[in-house]
Design a protein around this ligand. Structure first.
Ligand SMILES: [Zn+2]
Length: 294
């Protein structure tokens, strides 16, 4: 009987608490829910880019791991370009250097978006790139971030891949080359016989590959191997042994990793070094292995 009395007391007590919550706490709960709805920013960030290279269709892709700054703080976009952040009406935001890549335009100011956002109303923003210098910025960001996303699935704890916003200088006032300088990738603008390097995914990924080579365990030990790593990354992403279609204005790639095509169709200029040839030879070996093993 004592147990029944205790159970009854518990039920009465719980009921009392429940009523108290409903009667007195209900308004508070309601306010908290309202706060969450009213004071919440969210949005989606996308860019127009060349599909892979110059003369490809212009497509819209999400800005992955891009940093969104609000007055009260900052957050990152996810793999679909979506973001959210708590805050009050009237705050401003602008996309700023991404988590893994900071694009710097050497032909003018960097592309950016700044405007008021209204809490509760998703802010869908597009880097509406159209010109050579604009597309070089959005293309380069896309190319680096896609390569980075791929590599981070393997190297989950590498500091450089996960926590460094590498510099990417685009539209440099020169033509027909790109390079890694130990800290950043650097892409030249279009010239008399080459297209803008920043607009060619393979070229951007190749240069990023030098950074990867330098920053993975072991470091950059051999120039030719470094050339190969960059090409291999691009090949993995495109499934195409041609490195950089439309590197040249007429549409030719800078080289071809297919040993059956190389050296017959691989371009040879003073800018194609022995290191590049090493890449072709290494990749050719990989390609033959690939085909033999199916
Ligand atoms: Zn290289």
């Amino acid at each position: 009987m004592g147990g029944d009395a205790a159970e009854t007391a518990r039920r009465q007590h719980a009921g009392a608490i429940l009523r108290v919550v409903r009667r007195c706490g209900g308004r508070g709960e309601s306010w908290r829910i309202q706060d969450r709805i009213l004071y919440q920013f969210s949005g989606n960030l996308t860019s127009k880019v060349d599909t892979r290279t110059v003369n490809d269709p212009i497509i819209t892709v999400p800005n992955i791991q891009d940093r969104v700054t609000v007055d009260t703080g900052e957050t990152l976009t996810d793999q679909n370009g979506n973001w959210s952040w708590p805050g009050a009406d009237g705050d401003t935001f602008h996309p700023s250097p991404g988590q893994h890549c900071t694009v710097r335009n050497k032909a003018g100011s960097d592309m950016s978006i700044t405007h008021f956002v209204v809490a509760g109303t998703p802010s869908n923003d597009l880097f509406d790139a159209a010109t050579e210098f604009e597309l070089a910025q959005t293309d380069t960001y896309r190319s680096v971030q896609q390569a980075n996303s791929m590599l981070r699935t393997v190297y989950t704890t590498n500091n450089w891949l996960n926590d460094t916003s590498m510099g990417a200088n685009v539209n440099i006032n020169d033509a027909c080359n790109a390079f890694w300088n130990g800290l950043s990738i650097n892409m030249y603008r279009a010239g008399s016989y080459c297209n803008n390097m920043g607009r060619i995914l393979d070229v951007v990924v190749h240069e990023y590959g030098h950074g990867v080579d330098q920053n993975l365990p072991g470091g950059a030990q051999d120039g030719g191997l470094g050339e190969y790593i960059g090409d291999q990354m691009a090949w993995l992403m495109t499934g195409d042994d041609r490195m950089g279609p439309y590197f040249f204005l007429g549409g030719s790639p800078v080289r071809d990793l297919d040993p059956r095509a190389s050296p017959a169709t691989a371009h040879r200029s003073s800018r194609c070094t022995i290191k590049a040839r090493c890449s072709e030879l290494s990749a050719g070996t990989s390609a033959r292995t690939w085909w033999r093993t199916g």
